[in-house]
Design a protein around this ligand. Structure first.
Ligand code: ADP
Ligand code: GLC
Length: 505
C-alpha cells in the first residue's frame, strides 16, 4: 500500500500546532503497519534545512492546475529527499517565490494571512494530484491522503486530471474544521478550477470558493482526529457551517483518534528533564516542580497544586475563562503557569491576571518546546478548557506525565479523559477532571474538585498512576488508517490497488 501523505507542517522542522506532531508520527507508524509512505510538503526554509535531497527533480506538467504552477519564477518543481533525522521519504515542493519568506507558513510576520494563500496552497494540492496521477514515473501511490484545508483541492484536481480514468483513492483528514480556506469566486480561473463545479454540491460556499468544502465533497473517504469530533461536526453547533455537507457525507466520515509519540513524550526518558520519573518512582516529578518554580520565579511551595497550560491562545482554546477563576485558584493554595501565544486580548487578560498574583502565577508568551516538557513534568493539573477540540494532544501528553488533565468535555478531550466521578474513582478509571458547562463557573467547579481530590493524597496518587499507564498508541491509529486505505482503494475503480485485487496487476 503506497501512500502519498500531503501536509504543511512536520515536527521538529516546522510546527505551529498538533498537525506537525501528527505528520511526524503517523507516517512512521504507517510504515510499521506495512505502508510505504512519502510525505509531500512545501519547501519552507526550515523544512528544506532538515531534508537531504536525493534523486532527480520532477517537473510539473505544461498545462492544467493553478497558473502559479507555470508562471512563478523560478518555476516550481518537485524534489525527492529524506528527512535527515528520521529517514522519512519526502517530496519537497520547491517554489521559492511561494514558500521562502520570513514569517510563518500561513501568516506574515505581523500575523496577517499571506495575500496569495489561495495560490500557495492550490499549488500544493495540484502537485499532490499530479504525483497521484503518475507525475513520478518511479513511484505511483495507491492513496493520496490530504490534511486540512491547505490540501483540500487535491481530490478535485485529481479527479480533473484523471478525467474518469485510473487514479489513486483520496482520503481527506480534518484536523480543524474552523480553518476553511475561503477565497473569492473570481479566483477560480487562476486556480484552474471549472465554474461547473462551483455549485452547492461542489466547492461553492456562500458565493465563495472553499478549499475545506472541496476536500469534503470530492474525497473518497473523510476522517477526523477523534470519534467524538466526527459526530460533533455533523451538528449545526459544531459544524462551522459545513454540518450539512458532513451529514450528507456521514457514510464516508469516521473518527480515528490521534496517538502520542512516546519516544518524544515520556517522563522516564525525556532528555529535557533533569530528573526523569515513572509512575512507580515519582521523586523526579517533585524535582521537576521545584525546578519549574525556581525557573519562573514562583514561590517554592511543594504542596501547592500546580496548574499548567501549554497552548495556542486562540478563541478555540478557552483561555478567556481563566482570568476570572485565577483569584480562587490562588486563594485555594494553587499556582498557575501558562505557556502560549496568540490572540493579543487573551494574552493581555492573562498577563493582567497573573500580575495580581506575583510568585503564584506566571504567563510565558512564546513558543518553547523545552518549557512545554518542563510544564508537563512539573504540573499536577494540565488545563485544557477548549471551546471545541478536534483531538488535542496536550491532554494525552499530560496523562503520561502524571499531570491530571482538566478539560472541557468536547471532541478528543472527552474521548481521552475520564472524569474523577465517585464511580470512576471507585472502579479505577478516573484520569482527570471534565466540565460540561462552558463558562468560568463550569471551569471553577472542576477546579474545586481537583483541589478536593488533592486533599486525599492516596486517591490522587491512584488516579495519577492510572493516568500515567494509559497509552494512546499510534500503532492503533495506523492500523485503522491502513484498513481505511485498503477499503477505499479497493472501492475506487481504476486504482492500481483495486486492479491488483482483481489479479490484473
Ligand atoms: P492545536 O494543534 O490545536 O494547537 P494540539 O493539542 O493538537 O492543539 O497540539 C498542540 C501542540 O503544540 C502540542 O504539541 C503542544 O505541546 C504544542 N504547543 C502549543 N503551544 C505551545 C507553546 N507555546 N510552546 C511549545 N509548544 C506548544
Ligand atoms: C488541530 C486541532 C487539534 C488536533 C491537531 C492534530 O490543530 O486543533 O485538536 O489535536 O489538529 O490533529
Amino acid at each position: 500500500m503506497r501512500v502519498l501523505y500531503v501536509c504543511t507542517e512536520l515536527f521538529p522542522l516546522l510546527k505551529t500546532g498538533g498537525l506537525a506532531d501528527v505528520s511526524a508520527a503517523l507516517p512512521a507508524a504507517l510504515a510499521m503497519a506495512g505502508c510505504e509512505v512519502r510525505v509531500l510538503l512545501p519547501a519552507f526554509p526550515s523544512i528544506s534545512a532538515g531534508v537531504e535531497l536525493q534523486g532527480q527533480a520532477i517537473a510539473l506538467p505544461a498545462t492544467g492546475g493553478p497558473d502559479v504552477a507555470r508562471t512563478a519564477h523560478p518555476v516550481p518543481r518537485i524534489v525527492p529527499g529524506r528527512v535527515r533525522a528520521t529517514g522519512q521519504a519526502v517530496y519537497l515542493l520547491d517554489a521559492p517565490a511561494q514558500y521562502e519568506r520570513p514569517g510563518g507558513p500561513y501568516l506574515d510576520a505581523s500575523g496577517h494571512d499571506w495575500p496569495d494563500n489561495a495560490a500557495r496552497f492550490a499549488l500544493l494540492s495540484w502537485v499532490a494530484a499530479w504525483l497521484g496521477c503518475g507525475g513520478d514515473p518511479h513511484w505511483q501511490p495507491d492513496v493520496v491522503h490530504a490534511h486540512d484545508w491547505h490540501a483540500g483541492l487535491a481530490p478535485v484536481y485529481m479527479q480533473l486530471l484523471a478525467g474518469g480514468g485510473a487514479r489513486p483513492a483520496s482520503i481527506f483528514t480534518i484536523h480543524n474544521l474552523a480553518y476553511q480556506g475561503v477565497f473569492p469566486r473570481d479566483m477560480l480561473e487562476t486556480l484552474g478550477l471549472p465554474e461547473s463545479l462551483f455549485t452547492i454540491d461542489g466547492y461553492e460556499y456562500h458565493g465563495h470558493l472553499s478549499f475545506m468544502k472541496a476536500g469534503l465533497q470530492f474525497s473518497d473517504a473523510l476522517t477526523t482526529v477523534s470519534p467524538r469530533y466526527a459526530r460533533e461536526i455533523t451538528t449545526p453547533e459544531q459544524g462551522c457551517g459545513l454540518d450539512g455537507v458532513l451529514r450528507h457525507r456521514s457514510g464516508q466520515l469516521s473518527g480515528i483518534l490521534n496517538g502520542v509519540d512516546y519516544s518524544v513524550w515520556n517522563p522516564a526518558s525525556d532528555p529535557l528533564l533533569e530528573t526523569p520519573y515513572e509512575f512507580n518512582q515519582m521523586a523526579g516529578k517533585a524535582g521537576a516542580k521545584r525546578a519549574l518554580q525556581r525557573l519562573l520565579g514562583l514561590a517554592l511551595r511543594p504542596e501547592a497544586l500546580l496548574f499548567g497550560a501549554v497552548s495556542r491562545l486562540s478563541d478555540q482554546k478557552g483561555f478567556h475563562l481563566v482570568p476570572s477563576v485565577l483569584d480562587d485558584l490562588v486563594a485555594g493554595g494553587g499556582q498557575l503557569v501558562v505557556l502560549g501565544s496568540g490572540d493579543a486580548g487573551i494574552e493581555a487578560a492573562l498577563r493582567d491576571a497573573a500580575a495580581r498574583h506575583p510568585g503564584q502565577s506566571v504567563l510565558r508568551v512564546g513558543y518553547d518546546e523545552a518549557l512545554a516538557h518542563g510544564i508537563m513534568a512539573a504540573a499536577d493539573v494540565l488545563l485544557v478548557p477548549s471551546r471545541f477540540e478536534p483531538c488535542g494532544l496536550t491532554q494525552m501528553y499530560a496523562l503520561r506525565y502524571g499531570a491530571l488533565p482538566l478539560v472541557h468535555g468536547v471532541g478528543g478531550l472527552a474521548d481521552t479523559v475520564t472524569d474523577s466521578t465517585p464511580q470512576a474513582l471507585k472502579d479505577g478509571t478516573a484520569s482527570g477532571f471534565v466540565f460540561h458547562e462552558f463558562s468560568a463557573h463550569g471551569l471553577r467547579q472542576a477546579m474545586d474538585r481537583a483541589f478536593t481530590l488533592h486533599r486525599h493524597p492516596a486517591d490522587w496518587a491512584r488516579v495519577q498512576r492510572h493516568a500515567m499507564q494509559l497509552r494512546f498508541d499510534w500503532k492503533v491509529a495506523a492500523q485503522a488508517y491502513r484498513t481505511l486505505y485498503e477499503q477505499t482503494a479497493a472501492a475506487t475503480p481504476g486504482t492500481a490497488y483495486a486492479s491488483s485485487l482483481n489479479g490484473s496487476r
